[in-house]
Ligand binder design. Structure first.
Ligand code: GLU
Length: 446
């Protein structure tokens, strides 16, 4: 059996860390098994879906390196869904219901007040032809529900183990709305059958859907794929991420200077028995992937951890790796290997080089020096050793300053760092002054 999975986003927004994790797990599993990864665009909601989001989702996936072997959109396949609908109707498994949402609401409240679960009472199933005709004459349009078996629906989930959903405890799901539009439930099953999907891998918020969908697979005569439902992501604070997902879009993280492989490494490892560690590429992550490693507890997504991995990557990048990216920053065309070697150790992101480019290749605004720091700096140039400024100059210079002023430690070094770089932290000062050169150094002390 060749593994074939699908990632099925709705094009109603860009990808965020939550849905990218689902995409990644699908991709890693498929590629680890020599299988195929299909991108399905779930755009049956024609009002909320846009071409821009569809393109954006593809851009996000490509940027992460999650290339797909095939892609299609649901909006091209309405004829197939209509065919499945006819079959279900003919088999008595799809029935018309005429309740308004207010009426359904009332039924739910009554059930709850009587201590019963708010499961749909199947009134639609028992309507006579006359009753239906009367509703139609009132101008009501039916919505359509799938008739669940009422039996337990069982499967062995690749993450959750043996599962049993008692279908008598859930409402017959609406597959088609009164306006004739499809909810996601039926098209997804039709597509999974037609595309020969072998594994459905998605978030655990879909577990109950799976109970209904497995019955629809059977009703349509298809082979039910294996199922894997992964625990959801939570933030470092233990709270759900839903409110913050906007700022955790892949596009935003990319614009913020996060490297794709940092995101992939983190999302592949959190919530698993593997340590969260940086990997060089997706292939390595794929070779290490196994559903057995995924735990049942929510996976913690910690932005600090992401930044830590990103820093690790940044430190390992060579000047050649970043040259073109530096060129996009102001003064970045002047950057050279010595500059990158010096500053990269202090960066968490390549884009932070923007802070250091003007320090070495342009001007900095004069820092505010407190108290007698200003006079200390004004007198510092007089003690600078003659000749070319090298990495050895710093020691000689600061020794001389120490002797002349009695300053030591932070008192000695901090005003110099501030005056010369405009920053209170950064690379080693002996290297900083060597790269700055005598002329810039003297100019900043004056
Ligand atoms: N479009 C659905 C979603 O984003 C797909 C779920 C699935 O993978 O079946 O939730």
């Amino acid at each position: 059996m060749t593994v074939k999975v699908r990632f099925a986003p709705s094009p109603t927004g860009r990808l965020h860390v939550g849905n990218v994790r689902t995409a990644l797990i699908n991709w890693l599993f498929a590629k680890g098994q020599g299988g195929q990864f299909v991108l399905r665009i779930d755009d049956t909601d024609l009002e909320r879906s846009t071409k821009e989001y569809e393109d954006g989702i593809k851009e996000d996936l490509s940027w992460l390196g999650l290339e797909w072997d095939d892609t299609f959109k649901q909006s091209d396949r309405f004829a197939e869904y209509d065919k499945a609908t006819e079959k279900l109707k003919a088999d008595g498994l799809l029935y018309a219901c005429y309740e308004t949402s207010e009426e359904l609401d009332r039924k739910r409240k009554i059930a709850l007040s009587r201590g019963r679960p708010p499961v749909y009472d199947r009134a639609g199933l028992n309507l006579t032809e006359e009753e239906k005709a009367a509703f139609e004459a009132e101008g009501r349009k039916p919505h359509w529900r799938f008739k669940l078996s009422g039996n337990p629906c069982e499967w062995t989930d690749l993450v959750r183990g043996p599962q049993s959903i008692d279908t008598s405890s859930i409402s017959d799901p609406v597959l088609i709305r009164a306006d004739g539009s499809y909810l996601y439930t039926l098209p997804s099953v039709v597509d999974d059958i037609d595309a020969n999907i072998t594994h459905v891998v998605r978030g655990e918020d879909h577990v109950t859907n799976s109970g209904a969908q497995i019955e629809i697979f059977k009703a349509l005569g298809g082979t039910t794929p294996q199922m894997a439902h992964t625990p959801l992501l939570i933030g470092a604070d233990g709270q759900g991420l839903s409110k913050r997902l906007g700022s955790l879009s892949i596009q935003q993280l990319g614009q913020d200077g996060i490297e794709p492989v940092a995101i992939a490494s983190l999302l592949a490892k959190i919530g698993t028995s593997d340590a969260v560690e940086l990997r060089d590429d997706l292939q390595t992550l794929a070779s290490e992937f196994s559903f057995d490693k995924i735990g049942r507890a929510p996976a913690r997504f910690d932005e600090k951890e992401l930044l830590g991995l990103n820093a690790e990557i940044t430190h390992g990048l060579s000047f050649e790796d970043v040259k073109t990216r530096l060129e996009e920053l102001p003064m970045g065309d002047q950057a050279n290997e010595a500059f990158w070697t010096l500053v990269s150790e202090n960066l968490q992101k390549v884009s932070e080089a923007a802070i250091w480019l003007p320090v070495f290749f342009g001007d900095i605004s004069k820092p505010e020096l407190e108290g007698d720091d200003a006079s200390f700096i004004a007198g510092a140039a007089a003690h600078l050793p003659e000749g070319e400024v090298t990495e050895d100059t710093w020691k000689e210079w600061t020794n001389a300053l120490k002797e002349a002023t009695g300053r030591k430690g932070k008192q000695l070094f901090m005003p110099l760092r501030l005056a010369l770089t405009g920053q209170s932290h950064g690379p080693q000062m002996n290297k900083v002054i060597a790269l700055l050169g005598r002329e810039k150094l003297l100019a900043r002390l004056s």
